[in-house]
Design a protein. Structure first.
Length: 465
């Protein structure tokens, strides 16, 4: 069963449509055949019943009363009508008021209760063959004789059945021709409908592997959804590839100078003989190694954020949990044990749709900047106001330099390990996280008193989350 399903799944859409149309035509053909046969039989019965009624009326109209007795001279016109079915046998019976047979075949048995009725049809037999009969009554009221005479005329069913079969056969011929035409038309229509897909496939095959520009959306409405999804996928892939290229370029640029400086200090150490100068060189190597490690951590954090921004499924997150996770990890106690970090949380849950790991990386970078370049007290918190959820870090200080703020959102690839480089890269990571989840990085400065860096997102309600 599984193999059959897999084979059908690999069948072309044209073949599927052809199979579907064939099934519908076959099923419909059976129904139409039954209906055509029923219609043909009814049409044949109606046509030949009219001939029987005409013949019976001709015979009835030929009956006269002579000397007190009914007299009949069979008219030739009656049998000329019935002669339209030359292979059928014809029978008749004339019955008087007392049920006696005036003329005709006594073998024709009339149903009971027909007195007073005219043009009554019934099925019977005629010398062992199935036959169809009609009974016509004629009332006489003469001085010398009165009463009702019934005329029964019938014929066998060969012509009727042949006519029903002929009507059915002709209907099936028309059905078969129409079905074949519909199948051919369906194949042509399906191929025409799938031309846009062939055009799209040809365009993709001719593209350069690095060309991720959107495809032309001038396609039928049913195909537009697939093109939009494909364009969205290529857009995400293009953003990730550009981000990775920028990261590699930035990393190479950022690391070139400190690595060269470390190499130079190591060369000086190997050639230096003065112990005091060696100690200073070792101290500089240690300082540069620490700064280099911090820069590498931030760049890896940036790469993680870029990757998760487009690839990780968003979940409902309480920003208070993110604050507590960062605070309980205790990195701030290792970096600056002399500065106390105070958490400040809202009384109610602060829900957003985001990624916990990305938010933690962003908050860690903001907290690291506050500890390095701000002054105590340092507060970290999550609050909600007017439908905006925010997670923030606040310290006493003037905040980053103006050139850092003006470059926010661009590539931070300055050389060296200056304050501008380190704090700018941390803000860039936070800005990337905010943008990934439809938020923004808000920097609020109040002179030299306080500086707050906040990630603001649309808040979602607990019952709607």
């Amino acid at each position: 069963m599984t193999s059959l399903l897999s084979r059908f799944g690999a069948t072309s859409l044209t073949a599927r449509v052809a199979l579907g149309v064939t099934f519908l035509l076959t099923f419909g053909g059976i129904i139409v055949s039954i209906a055509a046969f029923a219609y043909g039989r009814e049409a044949a019965r109606t046509a030949y019943d009219r001939l029987l009624v005409g013949a019976a009326n001709d015979i009835a109209s030929a009956i006269t009363v002579v000397d007190g007795h009914p007299v009949l001279e069979l008219p030739h016109s009656a049998f000329e009508l019935l002669a339209l079915a030359p292979d059928d046998r014809i029978g008749y019976r004339i019955v008087g008021p007392n049920g006696q047979t005036l003329t005709g075949y006594d073998e024709i048995a009339l149903p009971a209760g027909l007195a007073g009725y005219s043009d009554v049809f019934f099925d019977g037999a005629f010398f062992g063959e199935a036959a169809r009969y009609v009974v016509v009554s004629r009332r006489f009221a003469e001085r010398t004789w009165s009463g009702t005479i019934r005329v029964a005329v019938g014929q066998t069913l060969q012509a009727r059945n042949a006519m029903a079969v002929d009507i059915t056969r002709k209907a099936l011929y028309v059905l078969a021709a129409s079905g074949l035409a519909m199948m051919l038309l369906a194949v042509l229509v399906v191929r025409a409908v799938f031309n846009p897909l062939k055009r799209i496939a040809g365009g993709l095959a001719e593209r350069d592997p690095h060309d991720l520009t959107p495809l032309d959306t001038d396609v039928p409405r049913e195909t537009a959804m697939m093109i939009q999804a494909l364009n969205a996928f290529m857009g995400r892939l293009d953003r990730q590839m550009n981000s990775m290229r920028h990261l590699i370029s930035d990393t190479a640029h950022q690391l070139r100078t400190p690595v060269a400086a470390l190499r130079a200090q190591a060369d000086l150490f190997s050639d230096e003989e003065d112990p005091e100068r060696k100690d200073r060189i070792v101290e500089r190597i240690q300082t540069r190694s620490t700064s280099l490690g911090r820069l590498l951590d931030q760049m890896l954090s940036q790469a993680l954020v870029i990757h998760r921004g487009d690839s990780v499924r968003r979940e409902r997150i309480d920003l208070r949990d993110v604050v507590l996770d960062v605070f309980e990890e205790g990195d701030h106690a290792v970096l600056r044990p002399d500065i106390a970090v105070v958490p400040q949380l809202a009384d109610q849950p602060v829900y957003v749709l985001a990624d916990t790991t990305s938010l933690q990386e962003a908050v860690k970078n903001l907290l690291s900047n506050a500890l390095k370049y701000g002054r105590a007290p340092v507060r970290i918190g999550a609050t909600s106001e007017n439908g905006v959820a925010s997670i923030w870090v606040e310290d006493v200080g003037g905040g980053p330099d103006p050139e850092i703020l003006s470059a926010l959102g661009t590539r931070f690839n300055q050389s060296g390990l200056s304050r501008q480089n380190s704090s700018g890269l941390g803000l860039a990571i936070a800005h990337a996280v905010a943008r990934s989840f439809e938020g923004q990085l808000v920097l609020d400065t109040h002179g030299d008193r306080t500086f707050r860096a906040a990630l603001c997102f649309p808040e979602i309600k607990a019952e709607a989350a």
